[in-house]
Every structure is written in structure tokens, then in C-alpha cells.
Design a protein around this ligand. Structure first.
Ligand code: ATP
Ligand code: MG
Length: 158
């Protein structure tokens, strides 16, 4: 588990941008945190880190937004999802998020813990807690191989 404290929204965004470096094609990232915790802010950073050129906004009503990525790491697409408004797991199943990951995409799901049971395979879980002083504490968990664990330990120190 790696944690990182972000005092300002720009820090949370930068943490997302640097987190993008540990991502690999096919990754599914579940983002948890209360309303306004900074899930979309973090995602904007991830998008920047993956070379998304267009503006990233909250997919609350569309549920999934697809962004083309420009990087040399084989990640061609970012699928940005928000499952806050879904009424049942069946509705999330219909989105076929596992399929969206395919080989060359990364899927990032706001309120991902609601859909956690749908993913049998390895996922990364990012939790954002709001501290008393309004800073955020980011926590990354998951079944990680040594290389990723090392990379995330470094990420936590940045
Ligand atoms: N340290 C911080 N990190 C992130 N956001 C912060 C921080 N401090 C203040 N904020 C503010 O908190 C808000 C976070 O909004 P954001 O849309 O990213 O949250 P969210 O978790 O996606 O919300 P929702 O649950 O509605 O999807 C922004 O208004 C941002 O400016
Ligand atoms: Mg959001």
C-alpha cells in the first residue's frame, strides 16, 4: 500500500499524472472517495500523463467517456467511467468495463468500489480521503508485482 498527501487540487492532479507512469495496457483502476474528494481531479492528471489532448470532464451522466491517448507505452485509450448513478450491478455489467479494458486501454472508474465484485482479476484501487485541513490523502492498493510495488513506493515519495 502506498499513500501520498496532496494539499491542493494541483497536487492531486500531479499525483494522477505521475501515477499514469505505473499504468499498463489493460489496467482497471477503481477510484473511491466521497463526493468532491477529487476523483475527477486525479483522473485529469492521469489523462495528462497518458497524453490525452482533449479536456477531461466528469462522465457522471454519460457514465463512460473515451479519450484517445498519445504515449509511447502502448496505451491507446483511456476509458473514464463514473458509476455513481447506476442503479444496479446489472447496469454496470451492461457497460462491459472489462471488455473496454481490452489490451491497449486503461479503464478508470469513479465510485469503482460499487462495481468491485464484477472484476475477478487484478485491479488497482485508489482511495482518496479528505483530511481535516482539506488536504487529500491518496492510497493505492492492489495485487501488485514487485516492479509496480517499487514504482508506487517511489510515487508516494514524489
Ligand atoms: N487537495 C485537493 N485535491 C483535490 N481536490 C481538491 C483539493 N482541495 C480542494 N479540492 C477541490 O475539491 C473538488 C474535487 O472535485 P472532483 O470533481 O475532482 O471530485 P470527485 O471526487 O470527482 O467528485 P464526484 O464524487 O462528484 O465525482 C474540486 O472543487 C477541487 O478544487
Ligand atoms: Mg467525479
Amino acid at each position: 500500500m502506498s499513500t501520498r498527501r496532496c494539499a491542493l487540487d494541483a497536487d492531486t492532479q500531479r499525483a494522477g499524472e505521475q501515477f499514469a507512469r505505473v499504468l499498463r495496457p489493460g489496467d482497471i483502476v477503481l477510484l473511491s472517495g466521497h463526493l468532491g474528494a477529487g476523483k475527477t481531479t486525479f483522473t485529469k492528471g492521469v489523462a495528462a500523463g497518458l497524453g490525452v489532448r482533449e479536456r477531461v470532464t466528469s462522465p457522471t451522466f454519460t457514465m463512460v467517456r473515451e479519450h484517445e491517448c498519445h504515449n509511447d507505452r502502448g496505451i491507446t485509450t483511456l476509458q473514464h467511467c463514473d458509476v455513481y448513478r447506476v442503479e444496479s450491478l446489472a447496469e454496470v455489467l451492461d457497460l462491459d468495463l472489462g471488455e473496454l479494458a481490452e489490451e491497449s486501454a486503461v479503464v478508470l472508474i469513479e465510485w469503482g468500489e460499487l462495481a468491485e465484485s464484477l472484476f475477478g482479476r487484478e485491479v488497482l484501487h485508489v482511495t482518496i480521503d479528505i483530511d481535516d485541513d482539506d488536504a487529500r490523502t491518496l492510497r493505492v492498493e492492489g495485487l501488485l508485482d514487485d516492479e509496480r510495488r517499487d514504482a508506487l513506493e517511489q510515487w508516494a515519495q514524489l
